[in-house]
Design a protein. Structure first.
Lengths: 212, 212
DNA sequence: TAGATTGTTAATCGATTAACAATC
DNA sequence: TAGATTGTTAATCGATTAACAATC
């Protein structure tokens, strides 16, 4: 699919390309040039062409890119035709909101199980999934082989839980805790979401002069 | 406070420094060298010294940095002693989870109002704040002068709502929608949280060979 | 004083932008 | 064919790392 290993900077732009192309497609666009797309997205045409050329030659000289075709290619690159089974650990406020709010199917995943330690939550439904005790995780993983896990748990339990999940074969984490999974598991795939840090950055920008 | 304008790359590392130094302080550390901190955080000592020197000379040759002092300095840089009034727009799953989950006071903010359009939610309490109708936002802003807003609303209402808030004096947004506020308001401060994009990146990494 | 470690300058690396030949 | 726009190479820019003199 791709020409060698792709830099994080490029990968982080792919979901946004995918979204924009979806909107263009809905808006009836059939073709678009890198120049026009750059204008709409606030990037340079050069960067767009460089980015796409990491993965192949999706355009045509003198014409530009076919919107539907390009979007579909990027979707494939992102692995969105897959439905990787995923578990949610922690069904507190944040975990339940994630479960309800995120369209997993459109992002290459399927949410197949939810786990918690809190007896008051266990047995209740979140969406159409019944929250199970974390003690069931071993058995569940053996049967369902989840590839990925969402961590919406307190920091102090994150080490134990992630160790356990990795030993059960989970290879990727969407990590909402401040625990650094990669420190003891350098080969695991981790996408961190540090909401607190994000708000802290907003505080900085509100109180100081910021670039861009 | 700082020596000129600081690059986004540096700013994005500040909250993590602040967190680590907090943990060190709790763990009884009095001093730490850039080398030791680098080891713990998975950075280079050089980068740490460069980062800190954007803001001043916080260390002492031959000694290193005083943990408590350094943390306090970074806290000030981040503006965490302030309590900027902030409103939440959208009290659905995600909005309510954010309101409950985030420690605003530790991040330089105070949540002072919550707004929604849904009649079934208006009048209910989220934490100790009563959800108001979005129609009240004008009056509320005049009285309370919120500096920042959290957008947890559908994309198609984001343009109207952000225009309105900006006209009411809101200068900064913690934006959970995929609407690009800066496109029509280039001078506004925006910190985007694109949860869907983040999960999509995890899909890519799970299905392809990734760096780091 | 000697050892340690900073603050800062210089070198390197990687990412973005510009330029242009290839080609539809 | 002429015009447009890509794919790709070269130039620039910015961020990270290395080196070292200053100094506690």
């Amino acid at each position: 699919m791709s020409k060698g290993i792709i830099s994080k900077s490029v990968i982080r732009r792919l979901p946004r390309y995918y979204r924009f192309l979806g909107e263009l497609e809905e808006g009836g666009y059939v073709r678009i040039s890198s120049r026009e797309l750059a204008e709409k997205m606030g990037l340079t045409a050069s960067q767009i062409r460089q980015d796409f050329n990491c993965f192949g030659e999706f355009g045509q000289q003198g014409y530009g890119y076919n919107v539907r075709e390009l979007r579909s290619q990027i979707g494939n690159i992102l692995g969105l035709e897959k439905k990787n089974p995923m578990v949610l650990i922690g069904a507190g406020n944040l975990g339940r909101a994630i479960a309800a709010h995120i369209n997993f199917a459109d992002r290459g995943f399927e949410l197949v199980g939810i786990f918690d330690v809190n007896e008051e939550i266990i047995g209740k439904n979140v969406g159409n999934i019944t929250v199970q005790s974390i003690d069931e995780i071993d058995k569940f993983c053996t049967e369902n082989k989840p590839a990925a896990a969402i961590l919406c748990i307190p920091k102090n339990s994150a080490e134990k839980v992630s160790d356990k999940l990795i030993s059960c074969g989970v290879r990727a984490f969407w990590n909402f805790t401040h625990y650094d999974i990669r420190f003891s598991h350098p080969d695991v795939i981790v996408e961190n979401v540090h909401l607190g840090d994000s708000l802290t950055i907003l505080s900085y920008c509100l109180n100081s002069v910021c670039e861009k």
